[in-house]
Ligand binder design. Structure first.
Ligand SMILES: [Zn+2]
Length: 232
């Protein structure tokens, strides 16, 4: 059986070496695909799809309804950004541990059935934090060399209003994990900005003189960092 049609919905069937059947509804178009183990009978496949038909319709409705601009509920169809590139969020149920990964144009979030908005946000933020940890060593190496100073400690935090902060006496810099949503140059700009605070506390002429010297394009990058929505 290559596809089944149920209540007007065409569902391609793919057989694979696996244990369980599952159905995916893929945003943004709401295409449905059923994957089944090689030995499963056509009747079982049809029965399984039929048992999921209400869920399939609900997912398709959701794909249609979620506007391109909607963000912050962490549901299928929402925009989801990584390093300045736009992806579409695809929330999938799983019985195993939560995970996040890129799949083509999608950010796939696998999480237990009936997850709350807060739980989905938490899992995604953990993923952004890992992305930041992965990118940071290279960026630090480059920026510390340019500015000629080093911080004693770096932390990645979920901050509501700031992209970065610098505790000058402690020489400790905190970066917002949401920088992983922005183009990579935004992280560089914020790192240089916070490092320059180790040379000059205030946002004064001296400070901006350093910025112009160490990161000549910083003004445009700052605009890009703040012009898009808070989440994007
Ligand atoms: Zn500052």
């Amino acid at each position: 059986m290559e596809e089944i049609v149920l209540e007007g919905i065409t569902i391609p069937v793919v057989k694979k070496k696996m244990k369980n059947m599952y159905i995916r509804v893929k945003p943004p178009e709401g295409e449905v695909k059923l994957t089944a183990p090689i030995g499963v009978s056509d009747d079982d496949i049809r029965e399984f799809a039929l048992s999921k038909i209400a869920w399939i319709k609900k997912q398709q409705e959701r794909c249609k309804k979620v506007s391109v601009q909607a963000e912050g509920e962490y549901v299928t169809g929402e925009n989801c950004y990584l390093w300045g590139k736009k992806y579409i969020l695809d929330v999938q149920d799983t019985d195993y541990g939560s995970r996040v990964f890129l799949w083509g144009e999608n950010v796939v979030l696998r999480i237990g059935h009936g997850s709350t908005r807060e739980e989905r946000e938490q899992v995604l933020n953990d993923w952004y934090r890992r992305e930041m940890r992965r990118a940071l060593p290279g960026v630090l190496k480059k920026c510390e060399k340019i500015v000629g100073v080093r911080a004693k400690e770096w932390r990645i935090k979920n901050m509501r209003t700031r992209w970065g902060t610098c505790n000058i006496p402690e020489q400790r810099i905190w970066l917002n994990l949401k920088l992983a949503k922005k183009p990579p140059e935004c992280l560089e700009y914020v790192v240089v900005h916070e490092l320059v605070h180790l040379l000059e506390r205030e946002h004064n002429g001296v400070f901006y003189g350093y910025m112009d010297k160490f990161y000549p394009g910083w003004r445009e990058v700052k605009v890009r960092l703040n012009e898009t929505s808070k989440e994007g």
